[in-house]
Design a protein around this ligand. Structure first.
Ligand code: UDP
Length: 520
């Protein structure tokens, strides 16, 4: 705190480009001497949080979908939470505003909570490449894998602490004593000690995890544990992710949810699906093509204008007469895009009549995921090494992220156009893409890992016991594609299951219970 005050006094904190020097007014030997800032002082200047504007979402829109009983429970809980939080602000802190499940969730939860008359805000932290490679390492290790195999030692802890200390300056200028602060994932939890000390009620929500521990999870937890001690509550997506040493009485389990009205999940006519896919370059544009429209999160009309970048051998457009298999994911090794490709390719020469689109965000766009470009390059290399007949059926698609509503509409169209949706992750915190696909009435083939297991109930999709077994994956896909009746049946049950279990009201109710518990 002291160091921060000194730096601010000397150089001021304003604007984006900060000076690398300070005037030492208090240097007795040479008052007014100009000195270079230390590395740590420069860190303080460069990193701060920014607020994400979220449009209000009317809770009442959910009523026709969830029915009177569920809606009444939601309204009562929202009113109670609003009373409890009167005079307080409910802050959410995450590491990115777009791309990935946390950003997707926050858009929805913040929007609906605003309609409950609660002062909820969302701040996004910033960091440098080193910070995000450390936090990605922690993320991978919480999933039980080595990730980049780098260290999580004192140097990493020091850099992590520097970035946290820099960000917390701008958080503290907004947060008041008694406010609720929900820190999301390892990227932000290092702000807990200072916020708690300043009188905020701090909660941590962990969106990743692994059932059981191994040396990697132990290492990640040792890194995070000192920060976690300052949080009043710890939230996990699944009970199995709670580490054995954690105080159970502080734990709450809150699975994520989807919003049926977001641009990602809103109803889309078949002709809008086709128009969108033509616009982005995935379907042939030879016929007359009018604009493809959707409704933005703020209720205003939007149009899909940008094109996707498509890596293909031969025509970049899909063949409209061949069934399409889609996996939508960040470019993350744990999503195993290369495994999907190889498993699909191994089944192509024999009996798999289908085409595959592997879809992810443009790799330049996700600032908190430093491995994206590298993983995408690995996918390209795997694709290039495939036999030509397999390669012709596989497209690597990256979607522009400049406009996240437009990006969401593209994902929506792709998921709806798919005959089968795949999520062949090797590990998964929750896997929102699964609920998104199920909501659209699609048949899912997905790994029996993490949160996917919670989402796909018997009869609502096919689970792969061993996601590393590519030939079983290829055979399962090929078999399902020959059974349109089963595809339709799985899809119908999947949608109903998501409606009953993973629509936003369930999520909001659990938040209301959390508020009740913390604040009362
Ligand atoms: N997503 C997206 N655009 C893309 C790729 C992914 O909007 O180009 C979204 C996807 O639809 C889902 C989220 O990113 O809502 C990924 O969340 P998930 O829980 O599946 O995985 P995570 O990225 O959090 O590991």
């Amino acid at each position: 705190m002291k160091e921060r005050a000194t730096v601010e006094r000397h150089v001021g904190v304003s604007g984006l480009i900060k000076p690398a020097f300070k005037v030492c007014a208090h240097d007795r030997a040479a008052p007014g001497r100009i000195m270079a800032l230390t590395e740590s002082e420069q860190t303080f200047q460069r990193f701060s949080v920014r607020e994400v504007e979220v449009a209000v979402r009317a809770l009442s829109r959910l009523e026709p979908l969830i029915g009177v009983e569920r809606f009444t429970a939601l309204r009562l809980a929202a009113a109670q939470a609003s009373r409890r939080l009167e005079g307080m602000t409910f802050w959410n802190l995450s590491s990115t505003a777009a791309g990935g499940g946390v950003a997707e969730l926050l858009q929805v939860l913040v929007g609906y909570t605003l309609d409950a008359n609660i002062d909820i805000r969302w701040l996004v932290m910033s960091g440098d490449a080193e910070f995000f490679s450390i936090t990605k390492r922690i993320h991978n290790r919480l999933h039980g894998t080595a990730g980049d195999a780098g260290e999580l030692g004192p140097n990493e802890a020091a850099h992590y602490a520097d970035i946290m200390a820099a960000n917390v300056v701008s958080v503290m200028s907004r947060v008041r004593r008694g406010d609720l602060v929900l820190l999301h994932d390892p990227q932000t939890v290092g702000m807990a000690p200072e916020l708690a000390e300043a009188g905020a009620r701090v909660i941590w929500r962990c969106h990743v995890g692994r059932e059981g521990s191994n040396e990697w999870t132990d290492e990640a937890w040792s890194f995070l544990r000192p920060h976690l001690a300052h949080c009043e509550a710890h939230i996990f997506s699944l009970r199995q992710y709670v580490p054995s040493w954690m105080d159970e009485s502080r734990v709450r389990v809150i699975p994520p949810s989807i919003d049926p009205f977001s641009p990602k999940n809103q109803e889309m006519s078949q002709s809008d699906v086709i128009r969108t896919l033509r616009r982005i370059g995935l379907l042939d544009k030879s016929e007359q093509n009018s604009a493809s429209t959707f409704t933005r999160r703020d209720g205003t009309p939007g149009r899909v204008e940008r094109r996707a970048a498509i890596l293909s051998d031969g025509a970049s457009a899909l063949d409209p007469d061949i069934p399409l298999v889609v996996q939508v994911s960040r470019w993350d090794r744990l999503k195993d895009m290369t495994g999907v490709m190889r498993g699909f390719a191994s089944a192509v020469p024999g009996h798999l009549t289908a085409q595959l689109a592997l879809v992810g965000p443009s790799v330049a766009s996700i600032s908190d995921d430093p491995e994206g470009a590298e993983v995408f390059a690995e996918c390209v290399a795997t694709w290039e090494a495939l036999p030509v007949d397999a390669r012709r059926r596989i497209k690597l698609v990256t979607l522009p992220m400049e406009d996240i509503d437009e990006n969401a509409a593209m994902v929506n169209a792709l998921q709806r156009h798919a005959t089968v949706i795949v999520q062949k992750s090797l590990a998964e915190g929750f896997g929102l893409t699964v609920a998104e696909g199920m909501w659209k009435g699609r048949a899912l083939v997905a790994s029996r890992v993490g949160g996917i297991t919670e989402q796909i109930a018997p009869g609502t999709g096919l689970l792969l016991d061993d996601p590393a077994d590519l030939s079983v994956f290829g055979d399962t896909l090929a078999g399902l594609l020959t059974r349109p009746d089963q595809i339709a049946q799985l899809g119908a049950r999947a949608r109903q299951h998501v409606l009953e279990t993973f629509v936003g009201d369930k999520h909001l109710l659990r938040y209301a219970q959390l508020i009740e518990w913390i604040v009362s």
